[in-house]
Design a protein around this ligand. Sequence first.
Ligand code: UD1
Ligand code: CA
Length: 468
Amino acid sequence: MTAETSTSIESAKAGGRSLTAIVLAAGKGTRMRSDLPKVLHAVAGRTMLGHVLAAAGEAGANRIAVVVELGQGTVASEIARAAPGASVHPQVERLGTAHAVLAARAALEAGSDDVVIAFGDTPLITGATLTRLRAPLADGAAVAVLAFTAENPTGYGRVLTQSGRVLAIREEKDASESERAVTLCNAGLMALSGTHALALLTRIGNDNAAGEYYLPDAVALAVADGLDVAVVPVDEAEAQGVNDRVQLSVAEATIQARLRRAAQIGGATLVAPETVFLSFDTVLGRDVLVEPHVVFGPGVTVGDHCVIHAFSHLEGATLAQGVSIGPYARLRPGAVLEAGSRIGNFVEMKNARLGEGAKANHLTYLGDAEIGPGANVGAGTITCNYDGVNKHRTTIGAGAFIGSNTALVAPVSVGAGAIVGAGSVITASIPDDALAIARSRQRIIEGVAGGMRAALQAIKASRSKKDD
Ligand code: UD1
Ligand code: CA
């Protein structure tokens, strides 16, 4: 099985501590140069915000609060879809990360043992990491900081320590030269104990180079109060934020590497993994073989022992065991392929079920259709499902044979075991076991071909003389 797996999340939930997750998603994302709010850009088939909300859920959040830019209705509807119980808090002015957290003050006031703060534009963060981040709170820490050691720390807040103890986080703009040399960087995400969260956050001021209320200032305040501050390590790649489309593609590459690896570890062979694109929810069974250049959009489940030949594109499709598709197959939402069925090159399926052992091997469109077990759909068959206004269904019975180049004008049904002659245009339903032929009858006119050819050659010769 693939799909991003999150490990041992249950252990933290089992601790019985309640968790409020606050996701900061305000900001226009100007550098994306997009009509779409930044957090709605997708990686691995899911919005960045959707990834972060899922991670919060995996970490056991019983309350999720999202801070959004005022008037971004599309963000609110994505939250309603991805995390139906989450509350939405507009941040009227963008005065810094601590100010943003306090926009969700109502969620903090509701009270919880732990608070985790995540960023909507940091989509690679996993539920497992959020679980590690909150863990020190159970041991009495007031604040836990997620941090990594960067080769090039430029731009990040630096985590300042003295003899192994955290003192403060200093933003780049406010850092002295010696502080800038520090390579331990703040990943931005933070956990606060519910007991101290509001008291710390409301004391954060904006006396700094940017004039912003900095969430990382919670660290120095906690230290001054004699409270414990923990540092939790994370990979820099996992904490990577996305500000422009170059970083969006870097995040995509990172998550693809993760998903491909999980698919391989789960028992699928990816012949050329770097050419296979997976979605966050792709499920591949045991001994699935995926040839090069295959794209899995969201909502695909592939059963054991399936073969996905090269250059296939799947989305919203379910394949039972031992199914073979492609090369160049296209499965659109609602395609269901029962055990042992197969579709070949340039076959498209949409909202259609192919029964057990049924075949459509070449150049075919099956839309809004039900194909019975063992049926054989010949090359160039088209289900004409759309009359320009409405969609209609085609039903093909078990063991039926559809001759090549057949148009099935829906609504229409082909009975079990029936045979349709090649080149037919089927407009009326066919009973079981019947033969249907719907094409113009062939005429033979003997002994005229030679004369016709001579006449055509004469026309050609007279034309080329004129051209001279
Ligand atoms: C932040 C940290 C920095 C850390 C870095 C890691 C602060 C002050 N600094 O800096 O120490 O190294 O992340 O990437 O926290 N946001 C709001 N409303 C605001 C301000 C920000 O919703 O008023 C959201 C942004 O949309 C973004 C997140 O908070 O998702 C982080 O804000 P950003 O301005 O990008 O912080 P950094 O400068 O990256
Ligand atoms: Ca940032």
